[in-house]
Design a protein around this ligand. Sequence first.
Ligand SMILES: Cc1ncc(COP(=O)(O)O)c(C=O)c1O
Length: 415
Amino acid sequence: MISAADSPDRASAASGASGTPASRTRTSRREPVITAQSSPVRDLLALTERPEVISFAGGLPAPELFDETGLRAAFAAALDGDAAGRSLQYGMTEGDPALRELLAALLVSRGTSAHPDEIVVTTGSQQAIALVAAALVRPGDRVLVEAPSYLAALQSFQLAGAVPVSVASDEHGPLPDALDAAIAEHDPALLYLVPTFQNPTGRTIPAERRAALAEVLERTGLWTIEDDPYGELRYDGTPAPPLAGDPRLAGQVIAVSSLSKVVAPGLRIGWLAAPAELHRALVIAKQATDLHTSTVTQAAARHWLAVGHLPGQLARLRDAYRERRDAFVDGLGAALPEGSQFERPDGGMFVWARLPEGHDAQALLARALEHDVAFVPGAAFFADQPDPRALRLSFTTQAPDGLREGLARLARAAR
Ligand SMILES: Cc1ncc(COP(=O)(O)O)c(C=O)c1O
C-alpha cells in the first residue's frame, strides 16, 4: 500500500503502472473542502478543562443558575401520557406551532414585529446563522460583519463559501458611511450584526446609530441578520429599539435569538423570524440539514415558557450577573497591565479589553495559563486586520469570589 504521504506527486500516482483498485481509490480521493479554522475559543476551552483553571474564556452561563427544577418538570410534562407520543415523534421542520407562538410573542415583547408563521425553530441560534448563509451566500460572496464579530458566525459564513469583510466601526458600532461604501464596493450577500451586548465586545449600538444604519440598509435593500442572544441580560440602562422592529426594514431583517443564554445552552433551542420571501428557502435548508430540531426538547421548552418561568429566571440572572459584572470590572484595572483600556458593559457576558502599546494578548495568555487563569485573545474575532492587543473576558461563569481569585492570578501573570 502506498499512503498519500508516500506519494507527494498525486498526478504521477494517478498515471501509475499498477492500475490497481487501491490506486484508483487513492487518486480520486478529494481533500476536505472545509478550510475554515477551528474556533480558538473552542480549542481554548479544551485547555481550560483542567479543574484548577479559572476561565474567563468561554461564554458559558453559570450552571448553578440553570432552572433545574422547572426544566425537570417541563421534560416530565413533555413525556407524560399522550404527550409523549408527539414529543418522541418526527415533527414539522418549522418547529412546534405552539412553541413558535411563544417565541413570536417573545420577539414582540422586545419590540420586534414577528408572526408565528415567520418563525423557524433552530438547533441553537448558531444553526439559524448557518441556514441564512446557506440560503443567501454564493461561493466567493462577501458578507459584511462588525470589527470585531462573533467568531462562529464568521466560521459559518466561511463554510458557506463567503469571505467576511468588516465594516469600519467605532465604540458605537459600524459607521453608517463605511457601511454605505462597503455595500457599494463589495455587493455583499448580507450584513451580520449583534447590536446588543455584542460578542465579543459587550457593546451596544445606540438608538441614533441604529437609525442611521437603518437608513443605509433601507436605501440599499441589503439582507441583514440581527442576532440577539444577550439583549434580555440587561443590568443597567434602557433598551435600544431592535432593527427588526423598524418599519423601514420590514421584509429585510432576519431576527435571530436563542434560549441558550437565558435558559440553558444544552437545550439547543434557537429561532429565527424571516420575511416571507426568504422563509421557504430557510425551511428547505433546515430540512436538508436536520429535518427539524428535537421534538422532545421543543416540547419541554414550550412547557417551560408556557408555565411562565422566563420572567423570574431573567430576574435571577440579571441580579447575579450584575453583581458578577461589578466585581469583575471593579477588579480588572488592577489585574491588567497599567494603561489597559476597557468599558463596563450594560449587559451580556463579556468585557473587551485592550492592552497598552507593546503588549500582546497571546503572550499574556501563555503566562496566564501558567497561573491557571484563561481568557480569549481578541485577534480571532476580526474578519480582517486582527488587533493583537485585544482580549475578551467573560464574567458570568464564576461567582464573585472566583472572579476575584482569577483576577489575582491574572495580575500575577501580567506582572
Ligand atoms: C452572538 C452569538 N450568536 C449566536 C450564538 C450561538 O448560540 P446558540 O447556538 O447556543 O444559540 C452565540 C453563542 O455564544 C453568540 O454569542
